[in-house]
Write a protein that binds this ligand. Structure first.
Ligand SMILES: [Zn+2]
Length: 307
């Protein structure tokens, strides 16, 4: 069974936040923004969750990580997870500089039933070695079963570009070597670096070599391979397997909006690469789905008492 470790939950609250970022004085409605983008209006979180389930069913996907993709939107993903707990694992983006960020992380990972804290240091301008980051990672670490996702490397948010929103990201801050420092401090916490480090492959491999708890997700088209002459995605998989092994790679698609829906093309491309590498069937299964189930066991919730 295929499980997808990286999908975005573009809720009505997400589009509302985008509209406010574009114009705080006259933001317009989330539905109006969707019309402009020629994307489907997500409706309520429950309606969007049901649509995702239909989409996963149509593509033979068992479970998926849904990421609340704007700080403050934990409730939308929590509603989706509560409605379909056997299908969704909830992650949430958190700005470590926000008021009460550690308490917010704990609340999301306990009461709201989410399982992954997502850090975007380049977007939020909070370095990974900053104490504010440490405090939120500590909060996640105090919740057994929680994972920490850290976006590294090049960061480009398609919807922001489409809407003409400025993206003043500080790309220096997304360094996988800084993730390794956190991963060493919290060895029982699974850390996930998406897109093999998104351009910082060498540093991501070094982090994975140094820390047995650093994982990669394989999501997106991985267009960053263009930064290294002649690098292919097949060669990236080969290097990642040589350093981290098959138990630390998680298939992900980076699907986000409708009507496009689940990105089957990404799965087919990566599936063909795995076939070409001549892996044992059991190793292939780890990447495609079993690692996901090991990190996020069905019906296991983060334990509130321990936090
Ligand atoms: Zn993504």
């Amino acid at each position: 069974m295929v499980n997808d470790a990286h999908c975005h939950f573009f809720s009505t609250a997400f589009f509302g936040a985008m509209a406010r970022q574009r114009s705080s004085s006259s933001p317009g409605s989330p539905a109006g923004l969707c019309r402009e983008l020629q994307w489907d209006d997500p409706g309520t979180p429950e309606a969007l969750a049901d649509r995702w389930v239909r989409e996963l069913d149509a593509n033979g996907v068992g479970r998926a990580v849904l990421i609340a993709s704007i700080p403050g939107d934990e409730a939308s993903v929590a509603a989706a997870v509560a409605r379909h707990p056997s299908r969704f694992v909830g992650f949430f983006m958190l700005d470590p500089s926000a008021d009460e960020a550690p308490a917010r992380a704990r609340h999301a990972l306990t009461d709201q039933g989410l399982r992954g804290l997502c850090l975007f240091p380049a977007m939020h301008h909070v370095p990974l070695h900053d104490d504010r980051t440490l405090r939120v990672v500590e909060a996640a670490a105090s919740c057994p079963g929680a994972a920490v996702f850290v976006h590294c490397g090049v960061l480009s948010v398609g919807v922001r570009k489409r809407l003409g929103l400025p993206s003043r990201f500080d790309l220096r801050l997304g360094d996988p070597l800084a993730v390794s420092r956190l991963a060493l401090a919290f060895p029982h916490v699974p850390f996930v670096i998406p897109h093999f480090g998104a351009g910082l492959l060498r540093e991501a491999l070094m982090a994975a070599d140094a820390c047995a708890n650093v994982h990669f997700d394989t999501s997106s088209s991985n267009g960053w391979v263009k930064y290294t002459p002649d690098l292919t995605l097949a060669a990236v998989f080969k290097s990642a397997l040589a350093v981290a092994g098959p138990s630390r790679l998680l298939f992900g698609s980076d699907s986000s909006f409708f009507p496009r829906g689940w990105q089957r093309g990404i799965f087919e491309e990566q599936s063909a690469i795995l076939d070409g590498l001549g892996m044992a069937a059991s190793e292939r299964r780890l990447i495609i789905g079993d690692n996901f189930d090991r990190l996020f066991p069905l019906h296991a919730r983060v334990q509130p008492k321990a936090c």
